[in-house]
Write a protein that binds this ligand. Structure first.
Ligand code: ZN
Length: 154
């Protein structure tokens, strides 16, 4: 078994057994060295975004002091949900390894197919009523950002 994935799975067990959250773990590796290992802490923190991957990304960026993790790879015990999948892209990571599938997670009550359906516009209902309002006014910060000379592009 991959030594990093082994730790990700151990994190999943630890988090679940402590009651911190669901059975999910993640490890971030840079140059063969583990710089973050985490598990789901949604229940412990009352934060619905505290998935293992998000938790690991937050630890890794804090440790490295930068938001760019393009020289890192992530090992997740389960296929990342859409939020974590996006976060892995925002962090610019080049490699993702996962073990269990989204179907495996759905079998134990963690089904994110609905989110994929909403994104793909194939959902038969939408939990969140979304409306576009005040588009012009909301674009004002974008105009200033475009002109801003001392911005940090990411
Ligand atoms: Zn997630």
């Amino acid at each position: 078994m991959n030594k990093y994935m082994k730790i990700a799975v151990e994190e999943a067990f630890t988090g679940m057994r402590k009651g911190d959250g669901g059975p999910f773990g993640a490890v971030i590796v840079k140059d063969g060295e583990i710089i973050a290992q985490a598990h789901n802490e949604v229940i412990k923190t009352n934060d619905p975004t505290m998935h293992a991957e998000i938790n690991a990304i937050r630890q890794a960026t804090k440790k490295l002091g930068r938001f760019d993790l393009s020289d890192c790879e992530i090992y997740s015990s389960c296929e990342p949900c859409p939020m974590c999948f996006a976060a892995i892209h925002w962090a610019k990571m080049k490699s993702l390894y996962f073990g269990a599938s989204r179907e495996d997670a759905a079998d134990i009550g963690f089904d994110d197919q609905y989110i994929y359906d909403v994104i793909n516009k194939t959902a038969d209902h939408e939990q969140v009523h979304t409306r576009i309002i005040d588009c012009d006014h909301c674009n004002e910060p974008f105009k200033e950002w475009k002109q801003k000379e001392d911005k940090t592009q990411y």
